[in-house]
Ligand binder design. Structure first.
Ligand SMILES: [Zn+2]
Length: 140
């Protein structure tokens, strides 16, 4: 960790260190969940499909596998975001909004350690249909 990177961080040293722990803990918990989910998916398949599956059983097994798949890909996605957060942390750009370069609120990072946008930019990002009109009106 480069100390020279600290001044660029909008967070205090203590807050940054704490968030680093949050990231690492969340990553570890996710990895554990992933291992469990993948083991469970395999167990479900074995139980339902069995050694000689008929067509019906197979489609049930496939549905379960797809459900697990959705859960797993959500977890993998979050894990990837946390990895990127960790990378930004090491580079000293953690806690900085990628859209407006402003500070991301510490309390927001505490809840969403992988957040890449401040709350204002995130709201704008999540409502792409909301356009700002020149006369100041907002319309869908
Ligand atoms: Zn922003």
């Amino acid at each position: 960790m480069k100390l020279a990177a600290w001044p660029a961080m909008p967070l205090t040293r203590e807050q940054a260190l704490e968030l680093c722990c949050v990231i690492d803990e969340r990553r570890a918990a996710l990895l554990e969940e992933l291992h469990k989910d993948m083991g469970q998916a395999r167990a479900d398949m074995d139980e339902i499909a069995g050694p000689v599956p008929d067509a019906g059983d197979e489609s049930v097994a496939r549905t379960i596998a797809e459900l697990d798949q959705a859960e797993v890909s959500r977890e993998v996605g979050e894990l990837r975001q946390l990895d990127q957060a960790r990378k930004r942390y090491d580079e000293g750009s953690y806690g900085q909004c990628i859209d407006c370069s402003g500070e991301i609120d510490y309390r927001r990072l505490r809840v969403h350690p992988a957040a890449i946008r401040c709350i204002h930019c995130q709201e704008r990002f999540e409502q792409p249909r909301m356009v700002e009109l020149p006369d100041g009106y907002r319309r869908l």
